[in-house]
Design a protein around this ligand. Structure first.
Ligand code: 5GP
Length: 202
């Protein structure tokens, strides 16, 4: 691992406001729903928002970079992070562990910035307990059939992994009502518009 999951803030981080508190936004939705693309667009339009980088035991996919998409760690390191209380939340997903390093999140929020977590359902439920003031947004696919199509089109995962992700997707979609806001990602532009409304007009 080339950098630590609890590494200090990059130099470019500047407080949005020294008086207003930051905000924690949780972004959840089944694998393949297009959360990543939606978030990428949001961050391009609002570069002041900080996206939390998770630690995971999953192998990097082609094109994924250490410290940019994830901190890729071994199981032992992940377990040590859990034991040391370094994760704000964590969960097992489709055979791998994923978790949010807490330190950078608190630092950013203290600096008055908005922080987005892109995490699965179990982690979002933990945040509801530990950080109830977080705004929790659920991204829905137009249908489960469409979701399966998108997962296959991505063709980054094995058949077995796709099957596990689809099974998990059914469970996640059934829990969408637990969230403050639900957005259907049918057209990317419309979903982005609804997301901006939820964040900035709320
Ligand atoms: P992927 O392997 O496709 O990158 O991510 C699988 C799932 O893990 C996605 O639903 C993603 O939102 C979720 N995930 C990514 N990072 C975290 C994390 O730090 N905590 C939790 N609970 N879920 C995460």
């Amino acid at each position: 691992m080339s950098s630590s999951p609890v590494s200090p803030l990059p130099n470019s981080v500047a407080p949005v406001s020294s008086t207003k508190p930051g905000k924690l936004v949780v972004f959840t939705g089944p694998s393949g729903v297009g959360k990543g693309t939606l978030l990428q667009q949001l961050l391009e339009r609002h570069p002041e928002i900080h996206l939390s980088i998770s630690a995971t035991t999953r192998q990097p996919r082609p094109g994924e970079a250490e410290g940019q998409h994830y901190y890729f760690v071994g199981q032992d390191t992940f377990k040590q992070m859990v034991a040391a209380g370094q994760l704000l939340e964590w969960a097992e997903f489709a055979g791998n562990y994923y978790g949010t390093p807490s330190e950078p999140v608190y630092q950013q929020i203290e600096a008055g910035r908005w922080v987005v977590l892109e995490i699965e359902l179990e982690g979002a439920r933990q945040i509801q307990q530990t950080y109830p003031e977080a705004l929790r947004i659920f991204i829905l696919p137009p249908s489960l059939a469409e979701l399966e199509k998108r997962l296959r089109a991505r063709s980054q995962d094995s058949e077995a992994a796709i099957a596990r992700r689809l099974q998990r997707a059914r469970i996640e979609v059934a829990a969408a009502d637990e969230f403050d806001i639900q957005i259907v990602n049918d057209s990317l532009d419309q979903a982005l518009q609804q997301l901006e409304q939820a964040l900035f007009d709320g």
